[in-house]
Design a protein around this ligand. Sequence first.
Ligand code: ATP
Ligand code: MG
Length: 647
Amino acid sequence: MPQETLANLLTEDRTFPPAPEFTASANVTEAAYDEAAADRLAFWEQQARRLDWTKDWDSVLDWSNPPFAKWFTGGELNVAANCLDRHVDAGLGERVAIHFEGESGDGRAVTYAELLDEVKRAANTLTDLGVEAGDRVVIYMPMIPEAAVAMLACARIGAPHSVVFGGFSVEALASRIDDAGAKLVITADGGFRRGKPNALKPTVDAAAERCPGIEKVLVVRRTEQDVDWNERDLWWHETVGTASNEHAAQPFDAEHPLFILYTSGTTGKPKGILHTSGGYLTQTSYTHHAVFDLKPESDVYWCTADIGWVTGHSYIVYGPLSNGATQVMYEGTPDTPHKGRFWEIIDKYQVTSLYTAPTLIRTFMKWGDDIPAGYDLSSLRLLGSVGEPINPEAWIWYREHVGKGKAPIVDTWWQTETGAIMVSPLPGVTATKPGSAQRPLPGITVDVVDDEAKSVPNGGGGFLTIRDPWPSMLRTIWGDDQRFLDTYWSKFDGMYFAGDGAKRDDDGDLWLLGRVDDVMLVSGHNISTTEVESALVSHDSVAEAAVVGASDPVTGQGIVAFTILRGDIESSPEHLQELRQHVANTLGPIAKPRQIMVVAELPKTRSGKIMRRLLRDIAENREIGDVTTLADNTVMTRIKEGLSAAA
Ligand code: ATP
Ligand code: MG
């Protein structure tokens, strides 16, 4: 964003205060903001006490060598013991930790005692295979309980894991194995996806051929497909299945590496983000308690993310398990065998808290209101959103058709790099606004600044930054301190640069406006992709939209929109004209798209984020860039073919 700050075009003034009953029993109240503001480090110290430490820390934060932070220095804990042993020791062993739902409807309930047993056996197996504290283990798995077991077993023995999305290509897997320098891969024969077994092992075989550092491959049997067998391979059920279930967890330093996770790759080459133990677990545990208002004795929580992205790490594994939550884990896709699959699962397990992504909410909108209406969703008492800005209309749809107008929605902004939620309403405190992530959580200092690093006033827009270090912050980019400094700490002095645009409304609430790299510069005005997309989605006929700035001889950049229509709506030149006018009416003539194209699908990462840079390549008639992190790398060809057929 050169010259000026981000234009502020969208006005959205609906607000939804929390129900008094919700507030009355909420885990966290307004007072938390005041406590944290009075003494931020004391506040985090108090949250760290949520965990069991085998040795107390000497200082809460060592910021003597910024931006390389150390939290809870000198403290020692075992992350896995905090997620499992302490609950079993407290007599909660019979509580269900994971209700596993296979895609085809097979499933099982795994209690905390059973999960602990399996993690101890897996920890013994890893040690037998020569994995030591500090060694890296790559996990390439479907969404099955063994994925969580594998992560916790690594944590238990201090071996940082690096989970790679099951479904990434040989290329993507091999480059991550190499970059992490892993010696062992944990995988499965396959998982079930769209009603069919989807093989994973052949990808690992091919990647291992390219990565001589890989000594062993541990294979869970899930689909019972035929697999090639190599010298380095071991079956999980023959090793973990027969290992001893006695294992004493060793304490590790608070700053011991817990995992490396590659970012989604929405904007470019993925970055290997390093997270450590004590601060990470403190903030994931606290935020899960505060933002989801978790009542571990009665809630059934369900996060629909894949374990292969940070939401799966922080809000399926570490946050919920450290809090003793009961949760649902689902293996498959939302439309197999039918489009009501999610609602059926909520009904079946009486899910109370659902955490999902805008991409899915927009998909459900497209499929039609009658589908969720066919199920009992009355158990839901809280809804969450993560991954992209949520368009106000999608938010309203989520509230009405899923939350039945009563469940508060928490729109949570954070990143792989931040490790845990940073900006979000608190469900018992905040009067929510559709499309706004609203307020930094207690203990977090977020700002919106202009080019000169000055805070923008209310009503203004600019760059989202984080002013003070936070417990679950990334410690570096694995093996590349310089890239860590360049990417996050060089744009503004002494502030973390998140790469997202944001505005502050008249109440001081935050609205995320998309990637700074995607901001469009039209006739000297910086226009956010999110605002134009939200304006399009607010038209009855549009389910989903992605906009990009394509170079334009007159205006600098012209707005080109790609839209997916709802249900069976057919487009026409008049309809497209109406959509362009609708945007102009909503946001002003400056934001009127130069061109709107109707497409059947949009390019997305595996975590469901729109990859606008690829659409920009189409809009500017260029060769299409790096597609290795796309969920489906044939989609670009189909979009191009569809557009030329329509032209
Ligand atoms: P890469 O960094 O490789 O381009 P990525 O940024 O998509 O990939 P993630 O760490 O998975 O990788 O995603 C974090 C980003 O997702 C944020 O920077 C932001 O752009 C977006 N995001 C996440 N949650 C929200 C939210 N609630 N509102 C708006 N944007 C969000
Ligand atoms: Mg990013």
